[in-house]
Design a protein around this ligand. Sequence first.
Ligand SMILES: Cc1ncc(COP(=O)(O)O)c(C=O)c1O
Length: 408
Amino acid sequence: MIKEIVKNLKPSSTLRINELSKDLELQGKEIFKFGFGQSPFKVPEDVILELKKNAHHNKYLPMQGLPELRNAIAQFESKKKQNKYDESNIIIGPGSKELMFLLHILFDGEVLLPAPSWVSYKPQAILGRNKYHFIETSRERNWFPSAESIENIVSKNKNKNYLLFLNSPNNPCGLVCKNLQEISEVVKKYKILVLSDEIYSDLTFESDFQSISDFCPDQTIVSNGLSKWCGAGGWRLGYFVIPNQFIKLRESLKVLASETFTSVSAPIQYAAIAAFKNDHTEYLNISKNILKSVGNYVYENLRSNKVLISKPQGGFYLMPEFMDKKFKTSEDMCKDMLNKAGVAALPGSDFGFSEKKMYARISFTDFNGDEFMKNIPKNLSIDDNLLNEFAPKIVEGTKRLKAWVEST
Ligand SMILES: Cc1ncc(COP(=O)(O)O)c(C=O)c1O
């Protein structure tokens, strides 16, 4: 009774690694949870207060989202970008993931996914019954596609619609896209629609975040939400910023929203106004300072001629390649890493890499972000002593991982 298209979706190896982790924990083994991509921080206090104050809201809200919230998001995005948006450009959903899924459902064309990229893009493209292409990338280009590699695909059939997913800083590598300008030239030339997944953009470590929408605003849908920068993944609030020229697409998205989730929980939408309106610069600066220091610690202590990694530039991931490890698949390698070192990481094959390449995604969030945040003054540089005190599992997990690398 289950449709073939769904039956054929295999549970990702992420689930298998998580199950194995639980089994090992039940056996009393210490597990370093480097597989889980969740913010380690608490939601800012002013936003929590707003949620408490707004618990009484019990009515369905408009399907595009609460106008005041859309207005606050439009201003937040207009400040970040070189473009001006208003509330009509914004649509609110229960997490950006759901909005992306609905985009796949309504889109008629082919989907372009960088390899590597986030685990859910591919299954969603399949469920949307669109053909997808993985685009080759390289370490030299921070694992983002070159303009040429995109053009090689889209120039083959110029009559098709194309939807390109771009996620910067990215999951799984924690890197920022540096060739937005050249990508935007191809986007404009072939009228490609871009979904700019900016869920980690407010956690960019150095310089200001730059969006592809600064280069091709009329072709770009921006996607973001509360999950990462605001530590509120479980609140399930995401949004799209849709340029005026895609009004029809926005209307179709609204129809799909009304036929599926109706509208996001009312108290969450009211509380989210404070998240976008109030100034959270200090909260973000401390979050970034901690994440950057923890990420650099893992990077500095793990990299060697046996482990190739790029230094993280935003978000909370890195993607080492283990040069000396010879397993049949990266999933087999991650199982060995879990069994022998107690470190749970995700195989590169889940992110679009060949399973024969020995990549693993490491998330450096296995620490109590709230405690860490409370105990460091604003701009203090974080040394190894502080890391030992507030991120002990990161320190120990990295040590065990290093020992595993050295073992044969
Ligand atoms: C790259 C990327 N995009 C989107 C999401 C989903 O975010 P949301 O919680 O808004 O659905 C995630 C969450 O892990 C992610 O890593």
